[in-house]
Write a protein that binds this ligand. Structure first.
Ligand code: HEC
Ligand code: HEC
Ligand code: HEC
Length: 134
């Protein structure tokens, strides 16, 4: 004699344990974003390099553009010299967004993930707006 209910319950527990790694991962299925650098300007670059190295850009781009803004507006300086000794025009729209013209797949992909919403676009035109001539 055996008890069908007990077997079913046992089976359910067994299945639950066996598949735990699968379903417990569901809540965390949101992957860290992979910012997309496939834009017309970047495609044309022989070496895919940002203004500064990747680590610096990843961790410090917010401070960098704030410095650019302050230098450009308060000191009237428009030229930034990077660690490689190259001169770069300090501009959000004309420099950063010229290369990273895919704002939604680049900037926004990280910012949405990190839950930040830079207010810059209240005033500055997005690449899309620039293109549409707004
Ligand atoms: C000349 C084109 C160019 C300009 C100008 C430029 N970038 Fe980049 N950027 C790139 C390329 C190419 C990469 C990918 C290579 C790398 O990660 O170093 C990149 C990488 C990055 C990354 C790291 C992405 C990652 O995968 O983690 C950030 C953040 C970034 N850029 C932000 C900016 C900001 C902000 C500005 C303006 C201050 C800017 N970029 C200006 C071409 C550019
Ligand atoms: C690799 C991911 C990544 C990419 C790509 C990226 N950001 Fe960010 N950005 C972040 C993170 C994370 C923060 C929040 C950092 C913090 O709070 O210390 C941030 C913060 C900022 C801030 C400050 C916002 C605030 O409210 O403090 C600005 C401005 C900014 N990013 C601009 C840009 C621009 C413009 C681009 C595209 C050219 C860009 N970022 C691309 C990850 C990224
Ligand atoms: C209230 C409106 C406003 C907001 C919000 C704003 N800016 Fe600006 N920003 C301006 C104006 C106006 C200028 C001057 C434009 C010029 O002189 O060409 C400027 C200039 C700049 C410059 C230097 C010139 C250039 O061509 O880019 C940078 C860099 C800049 N802002 C970055 C930022 C960043 C980063 C944010 C978000 C954290 C931001 N700004 C938010 C209005 C704003």
């Amino acid at each position: 004699m055996y008890d069908a209910n007990k077997i079913l319950i046992g089976l359910a527990i067994f299945l639950g344990l066996m598949t735990y790694p699968v379903w417990s991962g569901l809540g965390r299925a949101v992957q860290a974003p992979k910012p997309e650098i496939d834009t017309p300007i970047i495609q044309k670059m022989p070496e895919k390099k940002c203004v500064e190295n990747t680590h610096f850009m990843k961790t410090t781009h917010m401070q960098l553009i704030n410095e650019w803004r302050d230098d450009a507006l308060r000191k009237g300086e428009r030229e930034y010299t990077n660690a490689r000794g190259e001169k770069v025009l300090m501009s959000l729209q004309l420099t950063c967004m010229n290369c990273h013209s895919n704002k939604d797949k680049f900037c926004d992909s990280c910012h949405n993930y990190a839950g930040v919403n830079p207010y810059c676009w209240d005033c500055h035109l997005t690449p899309k707006q620039m293109k549409e001539g707004i």
